[in-house]
Design a protein around this ligand. Structure first.
Ligand code: COA
Length: 264
């Protein structure tokens, strides 16, 4: 296990898992441009780290939040061109999470608002404590979400529910978020990390290339016609027969033993 402290991000390597921690506790882990730069360089590093198979993204618990969103002080007298930069920079980091070659789990305690919520939407899974509150309150600032919220939220919860959350800007309790499929699991706050770790461990034992392929196939085909999606699925399925992990998975099944997937 090792810990690396950047200015606004902490990384705890616990192979095969890595915890990436948003850390500006005095501002409820609000997102600055520096935090986005640090997050993007940390993700870049972890994407090729052979010992890491799953990433967990959470907030520094001292900040009582996953993240309360983009730092609102950044918005004071912000010119439209600079706002465009903030939005596209945040979007690019959420895209990195979405296209990350390994599973990423958002571990949400306390507030996940605005840009913080949008970071969580870029993750493959969301686990929340039963005291978490999630939402897109930008409307209360006279704004709209700028980190992909208008695009990803409707795809996860449907258009009507997404409009409700974005237009009213009210915070959703985790039980309601679970009910609409926005979070995958909820648990008690004191069990959150342990439960997240268990889920991550299960993913870490799965064949990495197949996991990556699932992410790619679902993401790259979701807007196209089903015929194209099915063809891409079939060629991706076929390509997995070049992996040692498929040989291992099939022979482990036939010899009734647990497979050991190496990611080759
Ligand atoms: N940007 C900058 N600072 C933020 C912040 C944000 N998004 N969210 C919280 N903070 C700061 C507060 O200004 C406060 O700083 P201060 O102690 O220097 O005054 C500190 O974090 C603690 O927040 P506070 O509001 O006192 O905590 P609370 O428990 O009363 O309320 C929230 C928590 C999350 C409900 C409230 O902070 C909030 O509404 N934040 C803004 C959320 C938002 O609109 N996010 C989307 C931005 S686009």
């Amino acid at each position: 296990m090792s810990e690396k402290n950047l200015q606004e991000i902490k990384v705890i390597r616990e192979p095969p898992l890595a915890w990436v921690i948003l850390s500006r506790p005095e501002k409820l882990n609000a997102i600055s441009l520096r935090m986005l730069d640090e997050l993007s360089s940390v993700l870049e590093e972890l994407s090729t780290d052979k010992d890491i198979r799953v990433v967990l993204l959470k907030g520094n618990p001292e900040g009582r939040s996953f993240s309360a969103g983009v730092d609102i002080s950044t918005f004071i007298n912000l010119k439209p061109l600079d706002a465009l930069y903030v939005s596209t920079r945040l979007q690019s980091v959420v895209n990195m999470l979405e296209t990350f070659p390994k599973p990423v789990i958002a571990v949400i305690d306390g507030y996940a608002l605005g840009g913080g919520f949008e970071l969580a939407l870029g993750c493959d899974f969301r686990i929340a404590s039963n005291r978490a509150e999630l939402g897109l309150p930008e409307i209360k600032l006279g704004l709209i979400p700028g980190g992909g919220g208008t695009q990803r939220l409707p795809r996860i919860v449907g258009e009507a529910k997404a409009k409700e959350l974005i237009m009213f800007g009210e915070r959703l309790k985790s039980e309601d978020a679970l009910r609409i499929g926005l979070v995958n699991w909820i648990t008690q706050p004191e069990k959150l990390d342990e439960e997240a770790r268990k889920i991550a461990q299960r993913l870490a034992e799965a064949p990495p290339i197949a996991l990556r392929t699932i992410k790619d196939v679902i993401r790259l085909t979701r807007h196209g016609p089903i015929e194209e999606g099915l063809a891409f699925e079939a060629t991706s399925f076929a390509s997995l027969f070049t992996t040692k992990d498929s040989v291992e998975g099939i022979s482990a099944f036939l010899s009734k033993r647990k497979p050991n997937f190496t990611g080759e």
